[in-house]
Design a binder for this molecule. Structure first.
Ligand code: ADP
Length: 221
């Protein structure tokens, strides 16, 4: 794996987790925070840990942000600092900027600034939990010893693919007998092979219990 250089700005829960993980994977990690204590805590886990105001483009230049493959901005509730830090990184010439948003408005602003990806961890975790919780409430019907019909959300990896491409009968020994688009409330019984799966689709799948379990786990991740 190639070593990449990352600048992580803001060492709260999110930023410090990133620093630890990327450093453990052997990357060159520059950790930045305005709070000296936070920086000291992360020193053992970073290639360099710097106390500085991340909205200062000159300071970013001095710590080597110019040569970074990517930067992540996670400045908690300080919306202005987060926007200014993104602008400063752009000024320095960092191409790949990821930024954490604390609200819908914050996300809109960051998107307009042209960051690579806006991350909303609490929301994303809530969606994943909701999927896992709803999975347990979906219909399940045993049809013979070891075989069942089960409803499940569409696994992320299946979204945008046709049923033909997924080759579920060949790969999992299961078949999709119906698709319920829960957003539009449309039902497609015995869907055709060229049906393209959407994230709002709930699948009704028939097959062996073990294969259904594997697929359901995929859907719940
Ligand atoms: P998160 O939930 O994003 O992890 P926190 O509020 O726990 O949020 O952490 C945000 C961090 O960002 C804090 O450690 C704070 O000191 C740091 N920070 C805030 N403003 C700046 C700034 N202008 N430059 C550098 N770091 C900053």
């Amino acid at each position: 794996m190639a070593v990449r250089r990352f600048v992580i700005i803001g060492l709260g829960n999110f930023g410090s987790g990133l620093v630890e993980m990327l450093h453990a994977q052997g990357h060159d990690v520059i950790a930045v925070d305005i709070n000296e204590e936070k920086v000291d805590q992360m020193r053992p886990f970073a290639t360099r840990a710097v106390v500085m105001d991340a909205t200062d483009a000159r300071a970013l230049e001095r710590i080597g942000a110019v040569a970074a493959d990517a930067a992540v901005v996670s400045l908690g509730v300080d919306l202005a600092a987060s926007v200014l830090a993104v602008l400063a990184l752009q000024e320095v010439g960092v191409q790949e900027i990821y930024a954490k948003a604390i609200s819908g408005d914050h996300a809109t602003i960051l998107e307009r600034l042209g960051v690579m990806e806006v991350i909303r961890p609490e929301r994303e975790t809530a969606f994943r939990l909701a999927r896992r919780l709803s999975l347990r409430l979906l219909n399940y019907m045993p049809i013979a010893a070891g075989y069942s019909i089960q409803e499940m959300p569409t696994p992320d990896a299946f979204i945008g693919k046709t049923l033909l491409e997924l080759r579920l009968p060949q790969l999992y020994s299961v078949a999709i007998v119906a698709i319920h688009d829960v957003l539009r409330d449309e039902i497609h019984v015995v869907p055709s092979a060229d049906y393209i799966l959407k994230d709002s689709d709930t699948l009704t799948v028939v097959g062996g219990d073990e294969a259904l379990g594997r697929l359901a786990r995929l859907a719940g991740e």
